[in-house]
Design a protein. Sequence first.
Length: 223
Amino acid sequence: MKRAIVAGATGLVGTRLVKELLSAGTYDEVHLLTRRRTIFHKEPTVVEHLVSFDHLEEAESVFQPGDDVFVTLGTTMKQAGSQEKFIDVDYHYPRKIAEFAAAHEAGAFLIITAMGADRGSRFFYNIVKGSLEDTLMQTGLNSLHIFRPSLLVGVRHDTRPGEKAAEWIGRPLAPLLRGKWEKYKPVHAKDVALAMQAAAGVERTGIHIYESDDIQRIAQAVK
């Protein structure tokens, strides 16, 4: 039985990803680690696991050998309320999920970080994302896929004024961003979802990193 596990199914990319996984029919079961019931709870191949991410050990039994694990968790400083809570959501939760995936011999482990992820950065956000990447590379995952999108666009259920402003400014500039600047184009959540789905469909071991322009090229190829 081919199974997928998705953590972050209620977010911008996560919602789109689950829709694409269900539409493709690649997986016999799609297991969702979620704090609340999702819009997918009536889908016949979806199994929801309501969990407290502060107590993820309670969900370890969900993981089985060969599962493809998708992590689309992420927050903002405003939503988190503090740097400590931001680190929980964007570092500790994904790290713990990766440890479960490695311990239970998952297939592919696919995660979204961010453009500019670098633990040596001057920016807190990029430091956290870069630190997560470095940790994941040492976790013993069989097949690690890291996606670094630029500004994500799409229909959100939450309001993020800073990102909306950046999107409003960035979209008119997108056609001008070519060559080495192409990776700075805003990328649609659906394209990230398509790229993740495509990467999971190719059996490859090792570490694979996809910059934002790579994500858009993969998405265009599979549309």
